[in-house]
Design a protein. Structure first.
Length: 226
């Protein structure tokens, strides 16, 4: 399964933190708490996927925190505030915020906005060269493979095999030819090890789906049939 998305919730009102914590944990998020600006700075090492940032916190307010961290984190930052003045909203966006949510707010609308911002971040990751076979997505620039958004932890050699075969679907490659393409002419291992690499690739994909992407052509080699 994919790991839980991390939300950093920063507010000096314990009741609001508890409300949001209860709600988002029910939605399968992992919650990181902070009750003031310095704690937000400290919690960044936990690499949140999105930050819900109260404006009126002690020591450092939300605007100041956002200005300090914006150049160091790329995740969405959503302000929570009771300030309704246009100047405050403009300051929030100028500080680097991605959204501005007024208190009191609908918890369901907040949940929908959080989900929308996280989906937008996922779409950013898919920019660039990518091929999708059913629910299997291969990101050639990232050199990563995902199934329904969950990363499959291939080794470097395993990824190169998937990359080469998927870029040449339907073509059959012998073990020697495939080994040569993946490891080069000067590779030190015997090409027979390719069978073990293919077995591991299939095993890792099978944890997500029974669909076959690499077919064995008996007596010849392998081909991509995604």
């Amino acid at each position: 399964m994919c790991g839980k998305r991390k939300l950093l919730i920063a507010d000096d009102e314990p009741g609001i933190i508890q409300l949001l914590k209860d709600y988002f944990e029910m939605q399968e998020y992992q919650i990181i708490e902070a009750k003031n600006g310095p704690e937000v700075l400290d919690r960044l090492s936990q690499k949140p996927d999105l930050i819900l940032l109260d404006v009126g916190m002690p020591f450092l307010d939300g605007f100041e925190v956002c200005e300090r961290i914006r150049s160091h984190v790329s995740c969405p930052i959503l302000f929570l505030t009771a300030r309704i003045e246009e100047a405050d909203r403009i300051r929030g966006f100028m500080a680097g915020g991605d959204d501005y949510i007024l208190k009191p707010f609908s918890i369901d609308e907040l949940g929908a906005r959080v989900a929308a911002h996280l989906r937008r971040e996922e779409r950013k990751k898919t920019d660039g060269a990518v091929k999708i076979f059913d629910h299997l997505a291969i990101h050639y620039e990232e050199k990563c493979v995902y199934y329904k958004g969950c990363p499959i932890p291939f080794t470097g050699t395993e990824y190169k095999i998937v990359e080469w075969l998927s870029l040449n679907p339907g073509q059959v490659f012998s073990k020697d030819h495939l080994y040569e393409k993946v490891r080069g002419y000067d590779g030190s291992a015997d090409s027979s090890i390719m069978m073990e690499h293919i077995r591991r690739i299939r095993s890792k994909i099978k944890k997500h789906t029974d669909r076959v992407f690499i077919e064995t052509v008996w007596g010849v080699g392998y081909k991509w049939i995604g």
